[in-house]
Design a protein around this ligand. Structure first.
Ligand code: SF4
Length: 316
């Protein structure tokens, strides 16, 4: 990635910042020291690089934020308004056309177009490729948790348009397309610009895994209700509501939710109100079942089983 050093220097100068924080997602962290050195030499400011894990714009290092004049958070688009934080987005300069062309046979006529911030600058090109193939691309605005039309997060699919007959996701990984498939009950085609491959997203395997986790939690008597301590993952009201439904339950605040940390709590099952990915991505590793709030509601008869949905964190 090319970092926008002139912009960083300009912000440091304009704000007369003496101490500066850098926060990178895992994939960019190794570039932190070289960038810190360059910025220190050119600006005279002291740079501190966060060594804690960072998985999204929700994941602000508040400890570091408390001791610097400005915190540059790299790789993600803005999620919260705090003038001390500067979100520095990160774009992949990879060709998307091949993957979109390969997706065409799997798509309907009216196509909802989605991607992550890393490919958001290719949205016009994606739409053009679809139009050239006689498709009607629809790009919708999301809520305040995302910045760009068509942009999705692993926890937010508000930019998936209504009234389409299929959804195209341009990006990598399974999590976003599976989430959209569950959220909108429409065919989702995932097109990976790095491999050029396109596939229809199948949620069967994941659904089976989730039902197995729910089955294990069926007889739970003691519950741990997890409140995520990362700023963009805190859902206190939801956690309180779930605790009210759970009966014998304790609220547990955690920043990094790992199997080891949950091991200390002798409860039969957990509900995570933090990042929705945690319950799903790490399902096999936890010492007890970890449900999403939606799954918990289903288990408690507060939601119909056919209304199974993906846990989303909504903006305004
Ligand atoms: S809550 Fe999870 S899915 Fe949402 S932005 Fe944060 S890390 Fe990503």
């Amino acid at each position: 990635m090319m970092f926008d050093v002139p912009k960083i220097l300009d912000i440091i100068k304009t704000r007369n910042a003496k101490t500066v924080g850098f926060q990178f997602p895992e994939g960019l962290k190794r570039q932190g020291p070289a960038l810190a050195k360059e910025v220190e030499e050119k600006s005279g400011a002291l740079v501190i690089v966060s060594g804690d894990p960072c998985y999204g714009a929700c994941d602000i290092d508040e400890g570091l934020l408390g001791i610097v004049d400005v915190l540059f958070h790299f790789g993600h688009s803005r999620m919260m308004d705090d003038e001390r934080i500067v979100f520095m987005e990160y774009y992949h300069d990879v060709d998307v056309e091949r993957a979109v062309i390969n997706a065409l046979p799997l798509l309907g006529r009216k196509v909802g177009v989605t991607t992550t911030v890393q490919h958001i600058h290719k949205l016009d090109e994606i739409a053009r490729t679809l139009k050239n193939a006689d498709r009607e691309p629809i790009i919708a605005n999301g809520d305040s948790r995302v910045v760009y039309p068509g942009q999705v997060l692993g926890c937010n699919f508000s930019a998936v348009p209504e009234g389409v007959d299929s959804i195209l996701f341009v990006g990598t990984g399974n999590f976003h397309p599976v989430g959209m498939r569950l959220a909108r009950k429409l065919p989702v085609v995932a097109a990976d610009p790095f491999t050029g491959e396109a596939r229809l997203v199948d949620v069967e395997k994941m659904m089976r895994q989730r039902y197995a986790v729910m089955a294990k939690a069926m007889d739970a008597k003691k519950w741990g209700i997890i409140v995520g301590m990362k700023p963009g993952q805190r859902r206190m009201e939801l956690a309180k509501r779930i605790k009210g439904l759970a009966g014998d339950a304790v609220l547990i605040s955690i920043r990094e939710i790992t199997p080891d940390r949950l091991q200390s709590f002798k409860v039969d099952a957990f509900v995570s109100t933090a990042c929705p990915r945690i319950a799903i991505d790490d399902a096999g590793m936890f010492p007890a079942p970890v449900l999403t709030p939606i799954e918990f509601e289903m288990l408690k008869g507060k939601r119909k089983w056919e209304d199974m949905a993906f846990d989303e964190i909504k903006g305004d």
